[in-house]
Design a protein around this ligand. Structure first.
Ligand code: ISJ
Length: 167
């Protein structure tokens, strides 16, 4: 059914987004910018390459992983603004981006791609977006997602129903 088709991708996306807080924390602590264009190119190239090994079109992988990246930055900007405005920071020490957080993001790449493959031919269906959004909303409700988490999850999946790149 619909939830079953989209669920693995939604879970992988949510897990990836959950790492945005650690990324934001390490960047805020070092006054580093949220955007790292060189890292984004690496992430996109690695995903396109791995996606090809499981039959996913290059443009489609780049579209969806690009959306995952945009959603991740959305969460980072929102959290950093909150910390800046309130002066309240997470109680834990900022993690090491290169040594611990990015390797975790890299390990999740496979799950995102497998999730994408699991969507399969549904991505070309006329009701793909309706099914996707129903599955996303069900997930957000089940997990009691915050508005930011739900918004980011929606943002991370906007391109899933396209047959290839483009918007
Ligand atoms: C997550 C990060 O922040 C941004 C988002 C990225 C991503 O989602 O993979 C990559 C680079 C940054 O523009 C990061 O720097 O690792």
């Amino acid at each position: 059914d619909d939830a079953a088709s989209f669920r693995p991708l939604i879970e992988a996306s949510a897990e990836r987004l959950a790492l945005a807080e650690a990324v934001a924390q390490s960047k805020f602590a070092r006054a580093a910018p949220v955007l790292d264009a060189a890292r984004e190119r690496q992430v996109l190239d690695a995903a396109a390459q791995e996606g090809a090994t499981i039959g996913l079109p290059d443009a489609y992988v780049r579209q969806v992983v690009g959306d995952q990246i945009e959603a991740n930055k959305l969460v980072q900007y929102a959290l950093i603004a909150q910390w800046r405005a309130t002066g309240t920071l997470p109680a834990t020490a900022p993690p090491d981006l290169a040594a611990t957080v990015r390797p975790r993001l890299d390990r999740l790449q496979r799950a995102v791609l497998e999730g994408l493959r699991n969507v399969g031919s549904l991505r070309g269906a006329s009701d793909c977006e309706t099914r996707r959004d129903a599955a996303v909303m069900a997930y957000a409700q089940e997990k009691a997602s915050t508005p930011l988490q739900q918004t980011a999850l929606v943002r991370s999946l906007v391109g899933v129903c396209q047959l290839s790149g483009g918007r």
